[in-house]
Ligand binder design. Structure first.
Ligand code: ATP
Length: 236
């Protein structure tokens, strides 16, 4: 069996007396799309933050492509890309500058060819010199993804990538996520939408109140929701 892209064992996060994650175990296979489905406050962002070094875990082990983050806290994170929920780029930089900064942050050459490549993939060609504050909401969302991908991570977290976006952009982002996975990138996305999990994921984990309640492959999940939903899902 190949080394998991991500392996969590007993991942626990407490904020004071409140436990946001209760001893979570999870193993994500290289190349799969895994959807973590759960309501507000379930612990999805806390889990992602723990892996990405934004949240200090209370207990447990995190391995990225077999490397334990307690033993090697820096190098494995170069394999990770994070698309956060919130727009987080400086409004006073151009699109290209914000991507160059990101490449520098990951110790990669500030390579314009790579910047052009990622902008084209996300339909942002022609926007290279635009100020980020001048982009439309949809373009900002695409740039957020470009920023997470420009250093070519092997494991990508998308934290509620389509929350608050219109139907057309949602479809575009879904197509892009599928393409990324087809190219071998491992994807973990969080969502509130069952439909999104069904559309994209190979496997789905249901999380609530900091507990991973179940993990199912998509076929099993679809059987649980009946024939009608299966037809809707495969119409696309
Ligand atoms: P959403 O879908 O709303 O983004 P989520 O599943 O990502 O929710 P988290 O943001 O991980 O949930 O939050 C899990 C729980 O931890 C929530 O009850 C939240 O209020 C709590 N929490 C998160 N960050 C902190 C913090 N810094 N201090 C105290 N509690 C926190």
């Amino acid at each position: 069996m190949s080394t998991p892209a991500l392996e969590l064992q007993g991942l626990t996060k407490r904020y004071g007396d409140f436990t946001a994650l209760h001893s979570m175990d999870l193993s994500i296979r290289p190349g799969e799309i895994f959807a973590l489905l759960g309501p507000n406050g379930a612990g999805k962002t806390t889990m992602i933050g723990s892996v990405c070094g934004l949240v200090k875990k209370t207990a447990g082990t995190i391995r990225v492509f077999g490397k334990d983050l307690d033993k090697d806290p820096v190098a494995p994170r170069y394999d990770i890309g994070l698309v956060p929920q919130e727009i987080n780029f400086d409004p006073f930089f151009s699109v290209a500058e914000s991507l160059r900064i990101q490449l520098g942050y990951y110790g990669r050459p500030r390579d314009d060819a790579r910047i052009d490549e990622v902008l084209t993939a996300l339909n942002l060609q022609g926007k290279k010199d635009a100020m980020t504050r001048a982009l439309s909401g949809g373009m900002k969302r695409r740039l957020l993804i470009a920023k997470a991908l420009v250093h070519k991570p092997r494991l990508v977290f998308l934290d509620e990538p389509t929350a608050g976006v219109d139907v057309e952009l949602r479809r575009d982002l879904w197509t892009y996520v599928r393409k990324l996975a087809a190219d071998g990138t491992t994807i973990l996305l969080t969502t509130h939408y069952l439909e999104e999990a069904e559309e994209l994921a190979d496997r789905v984990g249901i999380i609530n109140e900091g507990r991973l309640l179940m993990v199912e492959d998509k076929a099993t999940l679809l059987r649980r929701f009946g024939e009608r939903r299966v037809v809707v899902t495969f119409e696309h």
